[in-house]
Design a protein around this ligand. Structure first.
Ligand code: SF4
Ligand code: SF4
Length: 440
């Protein structure tokens, strides 16, 4: 559908709201794309390169557009044009090369885990001066430190009154104090279907605990989990950077591996990767050999919260913590998954969900954005951190590793004890306390 220039998307765009420049709005960027397509503007021009590059790719402009402009698809094409016209910044080129190779990914993740285990990330990050030159290394180290498993704060918070959802409304009765796992349905093993978990690259390397938690909660809710070898990075980072050739190569490998497993669902616990898999049909639409399989795989892909939410979700044991929920852009805007993660948190008695202001606004992470755009990404990230701190929560729950690291790094550099966790980790802990895994 064509843009009718109504401007409804402008207030939803984090870059327009902060910069006030029409060229940094969805409408302005669409205009620049059109100018390049019609040959009125060179793809090498600073105007095209700067304003397309400054877009977060958060897709907050899509759900508010009355014309149904598929901005995400158009942005991908624009990014491909940008990528072809000019060399990517060194840090981006390096990351794209690393995550294109399974050997380099494994090696880099191993090094990252060693640095994390030695506790160097947090120590060094806090001592590096806050300036543009050192920003990538300072923030990168803080992100690494933020991926470490940290305790849930005091874990002494108790529910004061009815728990509330991030929109301020009341959550399901499942969160009411005193309800226990005895009210939960018990499933026969595997009765709800066969599921493969997308293990991912950063997720497998730095958040293996989230993958493990995903596997346990799926099994506890009646799914059979199938291990699938041969899968790897989903290619989202490459697609967002305009490196479509490598994105397609990675997608083909995943389609081949996951399709061969003949599962009912592919579960994804990283919002950006889930959105990428759901768009594999589009990414490989010109590939005769893979197109149909890619479409089938996309149709079977679910965010972990989509597989869990519903009347059938087992209620765990009490976990008395104060949590605020940040809606990852690629979950709420790109996949339209909004209530399901809250339903997952709603299955944890005594967990209180505190409303987060602008919960659906981007955290500034956006792939490599937090590193490549220190000023603007820093401002957007700082607003998210302030909003999290204002809630008084001890945990910020979010369904994307990039957001966990971006928000976690911001909190860490502020000297805060608030930790970022995946909702499924909290449900897993609640299930562990309920004894669902005893004897398994
Ligand atoms: S993208 Fe959609 S909301 Fe934005 S100006 Fe165009 S038609 Fe209006
Ligand atoms: S994707 Fe996000 S940053 Fe880019 S134009 Fe849309 S709302 Fe603005």
């Amino acid at each position: 559908m064509p843009c009718v220039h109504c401007g409804f998307c402008l207030p939803a765009c984090p870059t327009y709201v902060r910069l006030g420049d029409e060229n940094d709005s969805p409408r302005g960027r669409l205009y620049l794309m059109q100018a390049v397509v019609e040959g009125r503007l060179s793809p090498e021009s600073d105007a095209f390169q700067t304003h397309i590059d400054r877009c977060l790719g958060c897709r907050a402009c899509e759900p508010v557009c009355p014309s149904g402009v598929e901005y995400g698809v158009l942005l991908e094409a624009a990014r491909e044009t940008v990528y072809r016209a000019r060399k990517a910044p060194a840090v981006v080129a390096m990351l794209l090369a690393v995550f294109s190779s399974r050997a380099l990914t494994n090696w880099s993740m191993r090094v990252a885990r060693v640095v994390r285990a030695l506790g160097l990330g947090g120590l060094v990050a806090r001592r590096i001066p806050r300036n543009r030159l050192f920003h990538p290394i300072r923030f990168g180290l803080a992100m690494l430190e933020a991926s470490r498993e940290r305790q849930f704060g005091s874990e002494t918070a108790t529910s004061s009154g009815a728990p509330i959802a991030s929109d301020g409304g009341a959550l399901d009765a499942a969160t009411s104090e005193g309800e226990t796992s005895e009210s939960a349905p018990a499933w026969r093993a595997g009765e709800r279907g066969r599921v493969a978990i997308l293990r991912g690259c950063v997720q497998a390397g730095l958040f293996a605990r989230v993958n493990d938690a995903t596997e346990r909660v799926l099994r506890a809710n009646g799914y059979e989990v199938i291990e699938v070898s041969g899968q790897g990075c989903c290619g989202a980072l490459h697609t967002h950077a305009g490196d479509s050739m490598r994105a397609r190569k990675l997608a083909r490998a995943n389609v081949k591996a996951l399709a061969a497993a003949e599962v009912d669902f592919v579960a994804v616990n990283a919002a950006g990767c889930g959105a990428a898999l759901k768009e594999y049909g589009h990414l490989l639409e010109a590939d005769e050999e893979y197109r149909h399989t890619a479409e089938a795989l996309a149709a079977s892909t679910r965010d972990i919260s989509e597989l869990l939410a519903g009347d059938s979700l087992r209620v765990g044991a009490p976990l008395p913590v104060r949590v605020t929920y940040d809606a990852a852009c690629h979950l709420c805007h790109a996949q339209g998954v909004r209530q399901e993660p809250l339903a997952v948190l709603g299955a944890i008695p005594q967990l209180v969900v505190l409303p987060l202001q602008d919960a659906e606004e981007c955290c500034g992470g956006a792939g490599t954005y937090g590193i490549t755009h220190p000023e603007l990404g820093g401002d957007i990230g700082a607003d998210k951190v302030s909003a999290v701190l204002a809630t008084g929560a001890e945990i910020v729950a979010t369904g994307n590793p990039g957001c966990m690291m971006q928000i976690g790094a911001g909190l860490l550099l502020e000297g805060s004890d608030v930790v970022a966790r995946h909702p499924v980790e909290l449900l897993d802990e609640s299930y562990r306390r309920a004894g669902f895994y005893d004897g398994s």
